[in-house]
Design a protein around this ligand. Structure first.
Ligand code: ADP
Length: 670
């Protein structure tokens, strides 16, 4: 259960407890008060009852006087009656009339005036009055009838007392004469008893018409009062009774004094508790809302930072104060090939190239120890095998007191720059090499010039020796002459080579003449006989049967063949190839072109290197310059031919170059 619900539950329970306590106290107060009220009502009701009984009995008393008089004077006249009645009525207010009813028919009335209408009425024939009259005659006692609506108007109670004449002999039955009646106005009676004017501060109702008690009809007040647990009192009079119900007058008195204060106080207390509960329940919610807002802002900011880190071309990292990695960005993971989890702690060290690891780790530890920034260019070893150059830098993070709380840093991939730098420095070395070669070319040109004269001298001297030998004796040593001729020829050839070399390195225009392709190839291969033997490579010549004449600079074409054969030997010798075979083939492709193919079964060329093989400075050899093939292509193309390479299906590769042939007529002329 969360704290808010707990608060609401707690404060609801307290509020309910308070309400319950207030209710219980109020109930007991009410019960107490009602009890007191009831006893007060009872007391007042007793007073009312006593007054009512007194007032009624006083009025009924007149019947006795009438009965006593008539019993002794049964032949009483109206005037005698009036005298008697006048004396009696004068004693008591609230008497409407006194009457006699001889044989139950009204025969005497006082006062007659105003009551004439009643005279001569047979009471037994009046359904409203008959029951009381009959009861009176049957019981021989006073019976109070009504209240009854009188013919002359108004409500009245009527006391009926039967009059029996004394018999002549005691054994005879008494003779019924008639009735003595006292007609009592109801309102003055009730007023006298304090019932009407409400001086007792009671609500009253009376039932028991004709004096039959609780079973009689209600003739005063609200009959519903009997149903609401009233105080009941019996109003007794001779031979009958009424029942009176009493209740306190409604209004404030129905509630115990101070009850409203108690209730208001209780409600006020509950209100205070509820407000307090609401405030206390709201407080954590408010705090929670503040925390939620702050968390959302933080999440948003974190998200933004992560997006920035993701978009950033540099890999970001964060470490604790001891230099242990806490976080690396996605880009860092991409560069290093490690996952974020793997990089944590000291895991990142594994990404550093083994050769740079010690240096980087000690530099980082030094920076952490000295609380200073760190900068270094080093290599990462990607799990794919790639080496990646990075520039790593970090700065310490400080809190307000200047204490180092951690380190943040970035790693930038600088591989391209490093590669470009390496390429540039390689080109620089190549250029230096080319420069040296060019210098060497100059020197070679000078040396060739210097050698030209001694070689010419060698030729002249050997030829002179041959002539002298032949002239001096007919049987001159033929072996000696042959040796001298050989010397002369070699010196001529050396001179040719040197001259062509001079013109080649001096970048003179090539001197194209018809040359036999097979002899150019043979000349070139002479240089490699010894080298091939040492490298245990079989040099195989597959020259065309017929001579193929091409119009070319023999030295340059020889240079091309030299380059191709040298590359082939290097491809064979490099990895200790045991059964190395290098084949050089010449053939006429058609009437236009002749082809030279140099085929080896060496280590071959990778697919990736193939498109760049003729590019200047492309090389895979550690000491190579990468200009041999580039120059060869320039030479071939300058002769109107083309050169290409193909990878052999059984290993190695084949270089082929084609040159335009010199037609037969030209060849003969040459
Ligand atoms: P260099 O020999 O100085 O490297 P080249 O232009 O002669 O320069 O050759 C360029 C590259 O071509 C060589 O480094 C080598 O990788 C490749 N190459 C040339 N000929 C062969 C061959 N017969 N077999 C394998 N690779 C070859």
């Amino acid at each position: 259960m969360n704290s808010r619900l707990l608060h609401i539950f707690l404060f609801s329970a307290i509020s309910l407890s308070v309400l319950l306590a207030v209710w219980i106290v109020d109930r007991s107060e009410q019960a107490h008060y009602q009890e007191r009220l009831r006893s007060i009502v009872l007391r007042r009701t007793s007073g009312v009852r006593a007054q009512l009984e007194g007032a009624l009995n006083r009025r009924l008393f007149f019947n006795r006087g009438l009965v006593a008089h008539v019993a002794t004077n049964p032949k009483i006249t109206q005037s005698e009656f009036e005298v008697l009645a006048e004396i009696l009525v004068a004693q008591q207010a609230g008497i409407r009339s006194l009457q006699l009813a001889k044989n139950s028919v009204v025969s005497h009335i006082h006062p007659l005036k105003g009551n004439e209408v009643a005279m001569g009425r047979d009471l037994l024939k009046n359904p409203a009055r008959r029951p009381a009259v009959e009861r009176s005659i049957e019981t021989g006692k006073l019976v109070v009838g009504g209240p009854t609506e009188l013919l002359q108007g108004g409500l009245a109670l009527i006391g009926y007392t039967p009059i029996f004449l004394k018999p002549a002999k005691p054994s005879d039955a008494a003779t019924y004469w008639g009735l003595a009646m006292t007609v009592i106005d109801l309102e003055p009676l009730l007023r006298e008893a304090g019932v009407i004017q409400g001086t007792h501060r009671l609500r009253l109702a009376i039932r028991g018409k004709d004096g039959v008690g609780a079973t009689g009809d209600v003739f005063f007040g609200d009959g519903n009062l009997f149903e609401s647990d009233p105080v009941l009192a019996d109003i007794s009079f001779p031979n009958g009774s009424w029942q009176m119900a009493a209740a306190p007058t409604s209004g404030r008195e129905s509630l115990a004094p101070g009850s409203w204060k108690l209730r208001f106080g209780g409600c006020f207390l509950v209100l205070i508790i509820a407000v307090l509960g609401w405030v206390l329940a709201r407080e954590p919610e408010r705090l929670q809302q503040a925390v939620d807002r702050a968390t959302a802002a933080l999440t948003e900011s974190e998200k933004r930072h992560r997006t920035l880190a993701k978009l950033s071309p540099v890999g970001l990292f964060r470490a604790d104060a001891d230099g242990r990695c806490l976080y690396v960005s996605e880009h860092w993971c991409e560069v290093s090939g490690l996952s974020g989890e793997e990089a944590k702690g000291d895991g990142w060290v594994r990404a550093v190239h083994p050769e740079d690891r010690d240096c980087v780790v000690s530099g980082w530890q030094e920076a952490v120890r000295m609380r200073k920034s760190f900068k270094a260019e080093f290599r990462l070893q990607h799990p794919s095998g790639k080496t990646i150059w990075v520039f790593g830098q970090s700065v310490p993070e400080l809190d307000e007191s200047g204490k180092v709380t951690g380190h943040v840093g970035a790693v930038t991939n600088i591989t391209e720059r490093k590669d470009a730098e390496a390429e540039a420095s390689r080109h620089q070395a190549d250029l230096a090499h080319v420069l040296r070669l060019s210098t060497m070319g100059e020197m070679a040109s000078g040396i060739a010039h210097e050698l030209n004269q001694p070689l010419t001298a060698i030729v002249n001297y050997s030829r002179g020796c041959i002539i002298r030998l032949r002239q001096s004796s007919a049987d001159a040593d033929s072996g000696l002459i042959e040796a001298l001729e050989h010397i002369s020829n070699l010196a001529v050839r050396a001179g040719d080579i040197i001259r062509r070399l001079r013109s080649f390195v001096r970048k003179e225009e090539p001197r194209r003449v018809p040359v036999q392709l097979n002899s150019v190839v043979r000349e070139a291969l002479h240089f490699f006989e010894e080298e091939a033997r040492r490298a245990e490579v079989t040099l195989q010549l597959e020259l065309s049967q017929e001579d193929i004449w091409v119009f070319a600079d023999a030295v340059q074409i020889e240079q091309v063949v030299l380059n191709l054969v040298r590359n082939g030997l290097e491809a064979l010798s490099g990895d200790g190839h045991k059964s190395g075979l290098l084949t050089v083939q010449t053939r006429a492709l058609d009437h236009q072109l002749a082809q030279v193919a140099v085929r080896d079964n060496g280590k071959g060329i990778s697919e990736a290197a193939l498109p760049h093989i003729f590019d200047p400075f492309f090389t895979t050899r550690p000491g190579g310059m990468g200009v041999g093939l580039s120059i060869s292509r320039s030479i071939v193309e300058a002769h109107g031919g083309h050169i290409q390479v193909a990878i052999n299906s059984d290993g190695g590769c084949t270089f082929q170059f084609a040159l335009p042939v010199k037609n037969g007529a030209d060849a003969d002329a040459a």
